[in-house]
Write a protein that binds this ligand. Structure first.
Ligand code: G6P
Length: 477
């Protein structure tokens, strides 16, 4: 029992792979949650508890002294990786977190076919409980009296209540990095499961969300599904004789750190190569992990419709699309990546000429290259079906002098950036095609005016402030 600040998340700040010679190699963890949190706790001694995900992680976790993994040369906070049995992890992470809770909160179900909550699901749900319990037990072991514990995301919705039962002295926060579904959609879940998720989070003293919209949806679910008492003005939920404070913390970007990274030599050399490739053509950029919620297929289809309607742009524009692989243990994600590749190929086949590639699709993760692309972009397309925040929309304007932002109105970022973007309905392909055209034609003076405001909004809440604000909210309890 030692740490006074603890973080719990499924994915941790580093991951391990076993090299051919049997040694361990280390890399930074991927995704928005991890990069934001890593920035936020750099240089502190907060203990970060995460799951061992890869074989390499398990190996590292088993040989770790006192559970603390050796973080090599990385400048990160102490880490303990939990070696959860692989079958339990698979059911909790792939089946419940990514195929159920992610689907519900991003409204992704095609309800004529799924979901099907049967006995298989019940087994998966039990695994999700066990996985959440493993986190609660580790946190209870590690936390100093009255410590503050920051539990992250839908993977760990049950942990706050489980932890409170073991350690009532602790001050516990939960943060959702995703959207939250309205009650009529959330109640697709079996009643007891929906109630368990909500009461699990209400085990926290403070439940944080990225925007007021997601916070309101959560409060609506608590009221309608649990019958909890909600005070919308004070943002509190009272249930089972306890009150949870609901917080809105719109995570932003550390502009200086991003600029420093984006002017490093590797990015500069990618920029030179991209400039050679694009020439004086206009550049439309998108950067996503290939998740179903990112709506990459409709984005490509909109670009195709734009080319069809505007032959005057043929030869004068290139769409550079980064679509990094994600969650490829799930067939839906693998199929989606394949569909994205097919669609890009069709556009290529239809429009490419000897000296013009209308679309360049990258499916290999290359952060430096995507930073170079941001710097050169004339238009940044961010069109998720639904997104907690979407940090790409905030990173692009920091790095580009002149890019126009085409942004889905369903991204959390639209609350802060909407006024200075071209907002689109993510399902409206023709509307998105028209917005791409309008963005390309946006006059220079207007771009510069908008960029200044977009930058200000994007850097208003850098990760460290975002984290400290939540710690302060807990300290006041
Ligand atoms: C994105 C979401 C986070 C989520 C993370 C998980 O970054 O915004 O809410 O926690 O994905 O990604 P993973 O690769 O671990 O499934």
């Amino acid at each position: 029992m030692s740490s006074s600040v603890l973080i719990a998340s499924n994915r941790g700040p580093v991951s391990f792979a076993i090299a051919e010679d049997g040694s361990l190699t280390m890399a930074r963890g991927a995704g928005g949650l991890v990069s934001g949190l890593t920035e936020a706790v750099k240089g502190t001694d907060a203990l970060w508890i995460c799951a061992a995900i890869s074989e390499g992680d398990r190996y590292a976790a088993r040989k770790a002294p006192n559970g603390r993994i050796d973080k090599g040369g990385y400048d990160i906070t102490p880490v303990r990786m939990l070696d959860i049995p692989p079958a339990t992890f698979d059911r909790a992470y792939n089946s419940v977190a990514n195929s159920t809770l992610w689907y519900v909160n991003h409204l992704l179900y095609n309800t004529s076919l799924a979901p099907q909550f049967d006995t298989t699901f019940r087994r998966e749900w039990q695994a999700y409980r066990d996985y959440n319990d493993a986190f609660a037990t580790a946190l209870a072991e590690e936390a100093a009296p009255w410590a503050r514990v920051m539990v992250q995301d839908y993977h760990l919705a049950l942990t706050p209540l489980m932890l409170r039962e073991q350690r009532p002295d602790l001050r516990i926060a939960h943060f959702s990095h995703t959207p939250w579904a309205p009650p009529e959609y959330f109640s697709l879940l079996p009643d007891d499961v929906a109630a368990e998720v909500l009461t699990g989070i209400l085990g926290a003293d403070h439940a944080g969300f990225l925007t007021g919209r997601w916070a309101s949806a959560f409060m609506d679910c608590c009221e309608v599904i649990l019958g909890a008492t909600v005070d919308r003005e004070r943002r509190t939920v009272r249930y089972d004789k306890r009150t949870t404070q609901i917080g809105v913390h719109p995570l932003g970007v550390d502009g200086e750190a991003l600029l420093a990274r984006a002017t490093a030599p590797d990015v500069e050399s990618h920029m030179a190569a991209l400039k050679d490739l694009i020439g004086d053509r206009k550049l439309i950029v998108r950067v996503d992990r290939t998740e179903l919620s990112k709506n990459i297929l409709r984005g490509l289809t909109a670009y195709r419709e734009f080319l069809e309607k505007h032959p005057e742009w043929h030869g004068r524009v290139v769409h550079l699309a980064f679509a990094y692989p994600s969650r490829h243990d799930l067939p839906e994600y693998r199929e989606y990546t394949a569909a994205v590749q097919r669609c890009a190929k069709e556009i290529e086949d239809e429009y490419a000429t000897d000296d013009w590639d209308p679309i360049i699709l990258h499916v290999r993760d290359d952060y430096a290259r995507s930073l170079a692309a941001y710097r050169l972009a004339d238009v940044l397309l961010v069109n998720p079906i639904r997104d907690g925040m979407n940090l790409v929309a905030k990173e692009g304007p920091i790095l580009s002098e002149r890019c126009a932002l085409v942004l889905s109105r369903e991204a959390g970022a639209a609350a802060e950036l909407g006024q200075d973007s071209l907002l689109v309905n993510p399902f409206d392909i023709s509307g998105t095609a028209a917005a791409l055209h309008e963005a390309l034609l946006l006059p220079e003076t207007e771009r510069i005016r908008r960029i200044a405001r977009l930058r200000k909004a994007s850097t208003a809440m850098p990760p460290r402030r975002w984290f400290e604000e939540q710690l302060a909210a807990l300290a006041a309890r």
